[in-house]
Design a binder for this molecule. Structure first.
Ligand SMILES: [Zn+2]
Ligand SMILES: [Zn+2]
Length: 133
């Protein structure tokens, strides 16, 4: 029995003309209902996350601890005290995990006597990696 119903309009209406739909430049997601401002805010939140990881009191990588004057027993001490963190895929010791907004703030943080160890010019810091690009 032939169906008399006309073919339903299932074809997706192509959003021609709406050039404002672009993916988030950080996670590449397209948020169909986000307008310019909302997308900007979404992207800002990524940048906030990223910046928060740029200048972190990470300590030094366990594998390179000797370069920073740490002996094996110092490293052990940090491990025992739980001062180990994973940063960019490396185990680090001697830092407190505090994130600073700028390299000079990190430098000041590291200068404190009996404070954390590490370096604000260290190549593992994302802040320094981004600068080199
Ligand atoms: Zn995103
Ligand atoms: Zn610290």
């Amino acid at each position: 029995m032939p169906s008399a119903s006309s073919s339903p309009a299932l074809a997706p209406s192509s959003p021609s003309g709406s050039s404002s739909q672009r993916p988030c430049k950080h996670c590449n997601q397209i948020f169909p209902r986000m307008k310019g401002k909302e997308l900007e805010r979404h992207e800002d939140s990524h940048e906030g996350e990223e910046k928060a990881l740029h200048w972190v009191c990470t300590g030094v990588p366990i594998l390179r601890a000797s370069e920073y004057g740490l002996k094996d027993k110092d490293v052990q001490k940090y491990i025992t005290a739980g001062r180990v963190m994973l940063y960019e895929g490396q185990y680090m010791v001697g830092g407190c995990g505090k994130s600073l907004c700028r390299p000079d703030a990190l430098a000041r943080h590291l200068r404190k006597p009996k404070g954390c160890i590490g370096s604000h010019t260290a190549d593992w810091l994302l802040g320094n990696k981004f600068k080199k690009q």
